[in-house]
Ligand binder design. Structure first.
Ligand code: FAD
Ligand code: MG
Length: 430
């Protein structure tokens, strides 16, 4: 009798499970960056069969990416595997990129990131495009070929490797003086937060580790930050001046106002004709659309971002089931900056809105900005206060620790900071 009633319960349960599965709509999220990851974490998985397509199987905490280029933090300390976030079926995550969209049939075409001959289609009820953006080269010759971008963990790895190679080469016998000085000249193009933070991290590495490990080379190392207009232009003028002042005080760091017209293998050329020999160029100037965003047939603005309404729905999708969030989207009539803060908030909003009959409009409230400028100093600008220096640096570190996205990272990052403080950065090359 007991067995019989158990069987009945199991059959009943299965029937309930099947009917629930039947009711669930298929939600496809493209991308595992700030926007896609935040949506994935918060969406109600009882209401949707969530499928994620991304060429990257981890979330990357971009605000701390610059710290990994010199080894202040380790690469794995700022990434979170996407599979830790509860998929109903292991096949619901696709390590692939979206390459096409058929709005009529509601189909996304995918290409495997592991085998490019593998192409397939996926059907969706709701589609969220969160593919982010690329670094903008402004068509400057040589950038794609010779400069380094700072966007993904692999970029940071390449930069770290190049720095170590150049410093090691400079110590080897027979390298002429002018070649040593070229190898040890590091150029950063773009004075936005990313360019400034990378220069700052590099400067700390120079002062705290290169000076100690390579005493014969330390005075030859130089950093040049090139910006056509103002550095940190989104910050308040007083904070900007403070940062400029601090940078100018550093004898081995130079702030150069100018436009780059060409990047060559061993040098960089400016508009006024100057050519600067250098061993590394990091390119960090604005955003450009990804190929997927460029090619799909939905309405876009002049910067090729997908135009969405106040509910973050693509304005050209009559079926109202395509959404775009993060760096690849443009909210009609209320343009927002391309930041992690905006992307994360849009993902969180959509997670809620997707399960509401009549959702409220998306509204963005700016919490403030932070930027590290080196030597334990940062800038902090919030709607209530503006600060700078060491206290802002403490705020910078604490704010980022709390935003890290998972408890594992919240443990890992402070441990790396402590390790670096006591034992210096790891300069092993492999
Ligand atoms: P991304 O985070 O770039 O994610 C895009 C995702 O889409 C990735 O997973 C990518 O692999 C995937 N993808 C790409 N192509 C496809 C495709 N065809 N199909 C499917 N998936 C695809 N913002 C701040 O607010 N504060 C900061 O301090 C800050 N610091 C930064 C530091 C650095 C070094 C960088 C690079 C950026 C920083 N930003 C910061 C900006 C912030 O990182 C971006 O605004 C944010 O990442 C945008 O989120 P997103 O989800 O739109 O795009
Ligand atoms: Mg994303």
């Amino acid at each position: 009798m007991r067995i019989f009633s158990r069987l009945l319960a199991v059959v009943g349960g299965l029937r309930w499970y099947n009917s629930e599965a039947h009711k669930r709509k298929k939600l496809i999220i493209l991308g595992t960056g700030w926007a896609g990851y935040s949506l994935l974490k918060h969406v109600n998985k009882k209401l949707f069969d969530v499928v994620v397509v991304s060429p990257r199987n981890h979330f990357l905490f971009t605000p701390l990416l610059a710290s990994t280029t010199v080894g202040t933090l380790e690469f794995r300390s700022i990434i979170e595997p996407i599979r830790n976030h509860g998929f109903r079926d292991e096949r619901d995550f696709h390590l692939s990129r979206a390459v096409g969209l058929d709005k009529q049939k509601r189909i996304i075409s995918c290409q495997s990131e592991l085998d490019s001959t593998r192409q397939y289609d996926l059907f969706y009820d709701r589609l969220v495009i969160a593919v982010g953006a690329l670094s903008n080269t402004f068509g400057v010759p040589g950038v794609e070929k010779y400069a380094f971008f700072l966007k993904e963990i692999a970029d940071a790895q390449k930069i770290r490797n190049r720095i170590l190679v150049n410093v090691e080469l400079a110590t080897q016998p027979g390298v002429p003086e002018d070649e040593r000085s070229r190898l040890l000249h590091f150029v950063v193009v773009g004075g936005g937060p990313t360019g400034v933070e990378f220069s700052a991290e590099f400067y700390d590495f120079l002062k705290q580790d290169i000076a100690r490990l390579y005493p014969g080379e330390r005075d030859m190392v130089k950093v040049t930050l090139i910006e056509a207009n103002q550095i940190l232009s989104s910050f308040d003028i007083k904070l900007r001046r403070y940062a400029e002042g601090k940078i100018k005080q550093r004898s081995q760091m130079k702030l150069l106002r100018g436009s780059v017209v060409e990047v060559k293998q061993n040098s960089i050329k400016l508009k006024d004709g100057t050519e600067l020999p250098c061993g590394l160029v990091v390119w960090s100037t604005g955003v450009a659309p990804r190929m997927f965003t460029e090619t799909i047939g939905v309405e876009k603005d002049d910067r090729e971002q997908i135009v969405v309404d106040e509910y973050l729905r693509s304005v050209s999708d009559r079926k109202k089931c395509i959404y775009a969030i993060g760096d690849c989207a443009y909210v009609k009539n209320s343009p927002l900056p391309c930041t992690a803060q905006v992307a994360e908030r849009q993902g969180r909003y959509l997670a809620k809105a997707l399960s509401q009959e009549d959702p409220p409009k998306f509204h963005f409230k700016h919490f403030g900005m932070l930027a590290y400028i080196g030597e334990y100093k940062a800038l902090a600008e919030t709607p209530v206060a503006k600060s700078r220096g060491f206290t802002s640096w403490v705020l910078w570190r604490s704010a980022y620790t709390t935003r890290l996205g998972s408890w594992r990272l919240r443990m890992q990052v402070p441990l790396d900071w402590i390790k670096t403080f006591f034992y210096g950065r790891d300069t092993s090359r492999f």
